[in-house]
Design a protein around this ligand. Structure first.
Ligand code: TRP
Length: 458
């Protein structure tokens, strides 16, 4: 027990730590699930599935969530709870040398993701509000063009960022935990309700077929593998220190293995059910061609197109859908901003309020670029996907080979089966994950350069 925090906790108990902790286990889980569940589940997952050949992608995604996602989440948890610090400080304390760079990369990645995430969330808010006031537009393709161009996206982006800043300013218990306790159950019920509604639509059967019957040739395609891994990192909020930061607010009694499994299962659950909404609706209305263009806009064009055709019921369901999407986006954006804010607080001893407002303003300003250009948005998305893979690789190498006795942290608070799987987890982290993730780094990097070239050279 040479660790100063461990010693302090031993002598004076958890409350002696000068760091705000989550108030309840459920609060922590909902905040972490809130971070994981967002636009990644309802907007990105379905369009990735349709790019990746349908059900085969889903199967691969589940496998990767188990062999990469859960052990990686456990690794971030272990580093965060051991050090009780946000990424930069955590890697400085546990690793020394050049390791803090991993923390910096994480903060930069969070910063960049939030800058465009907030822009998309702004579109979502706008669809919701306009759906409520005027209904959904008859020509959804043209509507999407309007929603994403001109100056209005900037206003919605700034409004969304302001909401995120207000919640993060409230701190861990009063801000993040409280918002999640309220919002996450609402989101779950709405998404489930939507799936039931989709089931009742005539002609939805083909959608289930596409979504649930895998063609196994696709499983061997390296692009599908890399995209599924990238999607898993994004959706589980891994690879930039979000889960690390949340775990820094966690008590030593918490069972990290069980929480990682619970969070991954909930995240997949929502993504899967979102697919049970999107694919049947698309099939019922014959909108396949709009989606197979598989652009950023697929969901925003196909679904409102369906809502408008389905009359009053469609309008109500549509408003519910965009409300749920907004909820998911808010709790995810909160977790992204928290990483940046917590790093400022920990590293420069700034207090929470100026740290939150300051980083919020800078991120909002950088977000003006993706707000004005869809090309820029796509470019930042592929760049950050690469950064997440690099971060994920570094975290596995760190926990597997650099951190001293990671097993002790993973075992703290765990019992039964959850304690027994720790050696297997560590084996994965040391030997199995680095080569797979290294391949993903290579592939997403290639993908970024490809996007860069096509964006600038046509
Ligand atoms: N996981 C969130 C989603 O699916 C987005 C998100 C929040 C995120 N925090 C993150 C993605 C950290 C990558 C890293 O919408």
């Amino acid at each position: 027990m040479s660790d100063p925090i461990d010693r302090e906790v031993q002598q004076h108990g958890e409350n002696s730590i000068q760091r705000e902790l989550f108030g309840t286990r459920v609060g922590f889980i909902l905040a972490a699930v809130g971070s994981a569940v967002g636009l990644g589940n309802m907007w990105r997952f379905p369009y990735r599935v349709s790019e990746g050949g349908g059900a085969a992608f889903v199967v691969l995604y589940v496998v990767l969530t188990l062999v990469l996602g859960i052990p990686l989440m456990l690794s971030e948890f272990a580093v965060g709870r051991r050090t009780r610090l946000s990424p930069v400080g955590a890697f400085k304390r546990e690793g020394g040398g050049a390791w803090p760079l991993v923390g910096f990369l994480g903060v930069l990645t969070g910063f960049l993701i939030l800058s465009y995430y907030s822009v998309i969330a702004g579109w979502v808010v706008r669809y919701g509000i306009e759906g409520m006031l005027f209904g959904f537009a008859a020509d959804p393709g043209a509507r999407f063009e309007q929603v994403t161009s001109g100056f209005a996206p900037i206003l919605y982006h700034i409004a969304f960022m302001s909401l995120t800043v207000v919640i993060v300013m409230g701190g861990v218990q009063k801000g993040i935990e409280k918002a999640s306790l309220l919002l996450m159950p609402a989101l779950f019920s709405i998404v489930l309700g939507l799936a039931v509604w989709a089931f009742t639509l005539d002609g939805s059967g083909a959608g289930y077929g596409y979504y649930l019957t895998p063609s196994f040739a696709e499983l061997l395609n390296p692009t599908t593998l890399a995209e599924a891994a990238g999607q898993a990192f994004f959706s589980l909020s891994l690879g930039m220190g979000t889960m690390l930061t949340f775990a820094s607010y966690l008590s030593r009694q918490e069972n990290l293995n069980r929480e990682a499994a619970t969070i991954a299962a909930s995240d997949f659950g929502v993504a899967f059910v979102a697919g049970l909404v999107v694919f049947p609706v698309i099939a019922a209305l014959g909108l396949q061609s709009q989606v197979s263009a598989s652009t950023v806009g697929a969901l925003f064009i196909a679904l409102p197109g369906a809502f408008v055709e389905l009359g009053v019921a469609g309008r109500i369901v549509g408003i519910a859908f965009f409300f749920a999407l907004t909820v998911g986006a808010v709790t995810s954006a909160v977790s992204l901003l928290e990483v940046v804010t917590a790093s400022l607080i920990d590293e420069f001893k700034i207090s929470r309020k100026p740290a939150t407002i300051g980083s919020g303003i800078v991120i909002a300003l950088v977000g003006l670029i993706p707000a004005l250009s869809l090309d820029a948005l796509g470019l930042i998305d592929t760049l950050t996907e690469w950064f997440l893979a690099i971060g994920a690789l570094m975290v596995t190498l760190f926990v597997g080979w650099r951190m001293r006795d990671p097993a002790s942290e993973m075992l703290e608070g765990a019992s039964g089966l959850f304690a027994n799987i720790v050696p297997a987890m560590l084996f994965f982290v040391r030997w199995l994950m680095p080569p797979i993730i290294a391949f993903v780094v290579f592939w997403t990097g290639r993908n970024f350069i490809g996007t860069l070239v096509t964006t600038f050279l046509g």
